[in-house]
Design a protein around this ligand. Structure first.
Ligand code: ZN
Length: 130
């Protein structure tokens, strides 16, 4: 099977460099995914320099996400069980969201009206991290 992250279709790319790309995921307003360009299975396959670069990128995005969206919590996850290509989920969480306090990868417990998101401004804000 072709890796969907090595062969992406219709990604909403906010920022890209020679090491990773940052995309906006429509499933949850404000949801960001950072994907390495190289097909790696585990975080520990990064060299030290890459690990620092990726970690700092995640930290910057989280900070900007808090400032822009003012969520109750940020969830950062590295799963890759379904798609074993290193990618980090950065997800804004609200105490009334459909999964709270569980993970957003679980079944929805209820509906929730997310705060309105100006996608264009949000993407510009995230892009300004780099
Ligand atoms: Zn891949």
């Amino acid at each position: 099977m072709l890796c969907p992250l090595c062969n992406p279709i219709n990604e909403d790319i906010i920022y890209k460099n020679d090491f990773f790309r940052v995309i906006l995921v429509d499933e949850i307003p404000g949801y960001i995914r950072v994907i390495t360009n190289k097909h790696l299975k585990e975080f520990s396959e990064l060299n030290d320099e890459e690990a620092v670069k990726l970690t700092l990128a995640i930290k910057k995005i989280e900070k900007k996400m808090i400032k822009f969206l003012n969520p109750d919590k940020i969830n950062i996850a590295n799963l890759g069980n379904m798609v074993p290509h290193l990618h980090i989920h950065i997800i804004p969480r609200y105490k009334n969201d459909p999964w709270w306090p569980g993970a957003t990868f679980c079944e929805k417990q209820k509906e929730f009206n997310y705060p309105p998101l100006n996608k264009k401004k949000y993407k510009e804000a995230i892009k300004s991290c780099f």
